[in-house]
Each structure stands twice: as structure tokens, then as C-alpha cells.
Design a binder for this molecule. Structure first.
Ligand SMILES: [Zn+2]
Length: 554
């Protein structure tokens, strides 16, 4: 064993419920050797050389935060396009201002189109948010901006792409075209919408070489790694591995960034099932096994990802009765549920953890039905089938999820940033208010984590802000408590960004708490989240992170 380094702190919260606090942690070879006090770890200190590092003596140490659902490489890529979103957004060149309304977005697109030197070259924009920017864009609206320069706008949650007529031509579709998710006006004309995976992939094709320019992936990884680290994150997972450049290129970009020391995180690459099947077909399980063997605990593959409905902010999720306020569900895409059990079964049987995206309560039902059928065909324990997002749900679904042995990885930010908006846009008051029912999950005994999905939905990346949302459930008005019985304790919320998030990634044997033998990953805070007023949880500053026992520097 290497010499020990002993980090002292004002307080250590271990997230090991049996030994919850300490004031010193000894590490060697990137692992935790002992946690407690200098006195309690004497049996180690008497036997091995050690140094005491007291740089964190006034700070609070927690296990490194885990955001178990992001898309760092992809989101770093979109950041290179023209931004038309509603909230201020971090970018390589500083903060980009949000645009308050659809008119502001259309004006922005008009000036971009007029500045286009080559009128055949499309204007590419990202970040549109139909709920907070006054409704969807469409073809006629965009044609009124320009009917010569192709306009291509991907929503903030990239479940919808909006195009004008010249762009439709470039994509190669016309009124006779068929395919899931190609939107139409009531009279049958194309309306310029491409909704969900199949259609958005089609709309992406003619512009892919512009969005994915040479070297974009590595730059995106570096950029977003720094954003996550600043929020205290030491581990994340990319839940759309395989669609943004290909499996090998995406893996290599992360590997190179880790090798060069520019990516201060652990990352687990979760393959997007349609891409994996398309690319690796019959040998998909062998491919994953080979990557698992090639990977390590900094970079590895984990699980398999399915997307089974649309997004919360773009109102493309699938709801149970009585449905959307405006009875307009034509843009929710279509999921071939009749095939889902067959699609999941090879992975389920191979012991590969399934992560299945479900935002709407109807989709949660379908997902639970699918899990029940998988259990009937091939019973498993500790399978950790995870519903991703779990935005609209009811208490019965929480109990059923727990009974089937499932987990939830929840986007809690929407409670604050979106729920009040969607009371009158799309979802209605009842389900909006009860967005992200963590209290119900806790009462049912289901394990859950909190994630950001950064930045494919209109929310920031900040685990402490996620915890604040979960504990307080304060709406966007800054005062209303939404569905108070769905609030959870500070301890539970902090577990959901550390050890329970590690459980969701099937790494709680080595990550997520400060315990002997685990990796020495810490998040260093200026204030104690157990001691501050819970209403100020999100205002605690992240001072540093420690990865593998190494301070990463603030
Ligand atoms: Zn996602």
C-alpha cells in the first residue's frame, strides 16, 4: 500500500447510515482506508507512513455527487449551435441570454437567416421551449421568416425538430412521405415537425456533418466535464451512447479526455438500444462484454437504454385519461409496445440492467406492464430495472414499481422550473403539481436517484439544487409548496445524489459513500447541508471535488 493521506474536515457525512459522520478520512491508492477521527484510525496510522492534509479542515466532505443521467458529449455539441432557449445557458463563450418569447425567437432566426452568406446553408438553432416561449413553431411560421434559407430548430429537449420548407426539401420529405413522427397540418400538408427518435434522426441527416464537425466530441466532453465538476459531480452516466458519432468515437473521446486529465469524472456509457441493435445486431451482447472488459471504473459501459415516450418540457409525454388539457396528443410519437418485451428480453436474460425512459403516467403503466411480463417470462432478483425521469406518476405506480423490484431515476428540477407552468400548459393542475412523486416512492420502499438529464431538458445541472427541489418543492413563483406530501428529508435527498444514485448505476459496492474500501471520491462543500436552513440548500458553494483520492482543484 502507498503512503496514507489523511484528509481532515470540519465534518464528514459518510452516507453510510451505520457510521454516519467523521472528521478524518484516510486514503491510499485511490481508495478509502479508514473514516472516523485521527484517533479512531490509529491502528492504521501506527502501521503505515502517512501525511495529514488539512486543506479541507474548515469544509464539509460528502461522497462525490453522482448525476446518474446526463448527456454531456451531446449537450456540449448542441452548445456550438445558435441558442434560442428561454433560460440563460452556460456556453464556452460565457453566459448566453435566454429569449423570453416565440416572437423573440422568430426575430433572432430572421436576423440569423439574413446574415447567412450562402443562402443554401441552413441556420441551425437549439434550445426552443414551446411551453415557456408561447407554443410550438411550425413550417408556415418559419417560412414567413425565410422561404429561401433552410431553418432547422431543435427543441431544448431534443424530441422535436422544427423545419421550414427549404429545410424539408433538404431532408427529402414531401406531403406524400410516410414515417412515425413526421408532423402534419389538419389538411395533410407537412407542418415541419419531426417528433421522437425515428423522425428526428431523419431530420438530422442532412445537417449531421455540420453539427458533428471534426473534433467536436472531444471539445464537448472537456467543456461539459468542467461544468459537471463545478457542480460537485464526480460520477455520471451518458444515457444515449451510440447516436452522437458512433460507439467507438464516443468512447474514444472520453478515454482521451481522461488520459489527458481534462475530464475529472467517472462516466458510464449506457448504450441507446436502437443504435446498438442497428450497429451491432447479432453480436451486441459480445460487443458490450468486450467494452466492459476494456473499461475500468473511470470509463465503462453499463446497462441499456430505451426511450419510450416524449419529453416533459416539450409536452410530448404520454398521459393517462383525462389526457392533455387541449386534447392535442398528435405529437406524442408512437412506441411499438407490442415489441418491447421481445426487445428487452435478450438484455434482461443476460443480466444487463435496463434503463427505460418514461415521463408520462401512461408510459409508466406500459413500462410496469413490460417489467411484469419480463419477470413472468424470466424471473430475476436485484435486476435494478430503472424508470428514467418518472415525471407524472401516481402512488399506486410507486407501489407496483417497488413490488416488481424496480428503481426510479427522477428529474426533480421540473417541480420548481416547470410544474406551475404546466398546470395551464399541457398537463393540468393535478398531475403538474404532483410532478416527481418522491414521497410516494419513499413510502412504497422504492429506491430512487435524482438526475439532471443535462442539458437535454430546460434545467441546470446541480445536484444540490436537485436536493433543494426534492426537500422544498417550491414552485417557480418562489413560494408555493407543490404537493407537500411528496417532499423528502434532507438526508434522503442527499442519499439520492450519492449512494442511492450509485445503486441505480449498480456501483454502490464501490461508489456513493465514504466507507472503507470504496473509491475516495468526495465533494467538498463550504457549508453543512445538514445544518443549514433546508430552504438554502442550493446556495451552498461547492469548494472542490476529490477523485480517486486526488483533489481536483477549484
Ligand atoms: Zn436523457
Amino acid at each position: 500500500m502507498d503512503d496514507l493521506t489523511v484528509y481532515t474536515a470540519a465534518r464528514i457525512h459518510t452516507m453510510d447510515a451505520g457510521r454516519p459522520t467523521g472528521e478524518a478520512v484516510a486514503v491510499a491508492n485511490g481508495r478509502i482506508v479508514s473514516v472516523g477521527t485521527i484517533e479512531s484510525m490509529r491502528p492504521w496510522l501506527r502501521r503505515y507512513p502517512y501525511t495529514v492534509d488539512d486543506r479541507y479542515r474548515d469544509k464539509i466532505l460528502l461522497p462525490g455527487f453522482i448525476d446518474p443521467h446526463t448527456h454531456l458529449r451531446l449537450s456540449g455539441t448542441y452548445m456550438g449551435l445558435n441558442y434560442v432557449g428561454p433560460i440563460d445557458s452556460a456556453s464556452p463563450t460565457g453566459l448566453r441570454r435566454g429569449l423570453p418569447s416565440r416572437d423573440a425567437v422568430l426575430n433572432q432566426l430572421r436576423s440569423l437567416a439574413s446574415e447567412q452568406a450562402d443562402p443554401r446553408e441552413p441556420v441551425l438553432a437549439w434550445g426552443y421551449d414551446p411551453a415557456s416561449q408561447d407554443g410550438h413553431l411550425d413550417r408556415d411560421m418559419l417560412d414567413s421568416i425565410s422561404d429561401t434559407v433552410p431553418l432547422w430548430v431543435v427543441a431544448y429537449a431534443p424530441h422535436i425538430i422544427y423545419c421550414n420548407s427549404p429545410m424539408l426539401e433538404l431532408i427529402g420529405v414531401d406531403d406524400q412521405s410516410v414515417g412515425h413522427g413526421i408532423g402534419r397540418y389538419p389538411d395533410g400538408r407537412l407542418n415541419g415537425w419531426f417528433v421522437e427518435t425515428e423522425a428526428t434522426a431523419r431530420a438530422m441527416r442532412p445537417v449531421a456533418d455540420r453539427i458533428y464537425a471534426e473534433g467536436f466530441g472531444r471539445a464537448a466532453v472537456d467543456r461539459m466535464g468542467a461544468v459537471a465538476k463545478a457542480a460537485g459531480v464526480t460520477t455520471t452516466a451518458d444515457l444515449i451512447w451510440g447516436i452522437g458519432g458512433g460507439f467507438e468515437q464516443e468512447w474514444d473521446d472520453h478515454a482521451a479526455a481522461i488520459e489527458d486529465g481534462t475530464f475529472p469524472l467517472r462516466i458510464f456509457m449506457i448504450p441507446f438500444e436502437p443504435a446498438l441493435v442497428r450497429r451491432h445486431g447479432d453480436d451486441m451482447l459480445e460487443y458490450l462484454a468486450s467494452k466492459r472488459a476494456a473499461g475500468d471504473d473511470r470509463l465503462n459501459t453499463h446497462g441499456i437504454k430505451y426511450v419510450n415516450d416524449g419529453s416533459y418540457p416539450s409536452m410530448t409525454l404520454v398521459m393517462n385519461e383525462p389526457g392533455y388539457l387541449d386534447e392535442d396528443m398528435s405529437h406524442t410519437g408512437e412506441v411499438p409496445w407490442e415489441d418491447m418485451v421481445e426487445r428487452m428480453l435478450p438484455f434482461w436474460k443476460a443480466g444487463i440492467q435496463i434503463h427505460s425512459h418514461a415521463n408520462g403516467d401512461r408510459t409508466v403503466d406500459m413500462t410496469l406492464d413490460t417489467l411484469a411480463e419480463l419477470q413472468r417470462r424470466h424471473p430475476r432478483f436485484d435486476h435494478r430495472f430503472t424508470i428514467e425521469h418518472y415525471c407524472l406518476s401516481n402512488p399506486a405506480q410507486a407501489r407496483r414499481l417497488a413490488a416488481l423490484g424496480g428503481l426510479a431515476s427522477v428529474n426533480i428540477y421540473f417541480v420548481h422550473f416547470r410544474a406551475q407552468l404546466h398546470a395551464d400548459h399541457g398537463f393540468g393542475p393535478d398531475r403538474s403539481e404532483a410532478t416527481a412523486r418522491l414521497g410516494s416512492l419513499e413510502r412504497a420502499g422504492a429506491t430512487f436517484a435524482l438526475h439532471s438529464d443535462f442539458n437535454l431538458v430546460v434545467t441546470p445541472l446541480s445536484p444540490l439544487l436537485a436536493a433543494w427541489c426534492a426537500v422544498n418543492r417550491i414552485g417557480a413563483d418562489g413560494e408555493t409548496v407543490l404537493a407537500p406530501g411528496e417532499r423528502i428529508s434532507v438526508d434522503r435527498a442527499l442519499r439520492a445524489i450519492t449512494v442511492d444514485a450509485a445503486h441505480v448505476l449498480n456501483r454502490d459496492d464501490r461508489l456513493g459513500s465514504i466507507e472503507v474500501g470504496k473509491y475516495a471520491d468526495f465533494t467538498v462543500l463550504d457549508d453543512d447541508p445538514y445544518a443549514v436552513d433546508p430552504a438554502r440548500l442550493h446556495l451552498i458553494d461547492v469548494a472542490d471535488t476529490v477523485l480517486n483520492g486526488e483533489p481536483q482543484g477549484s
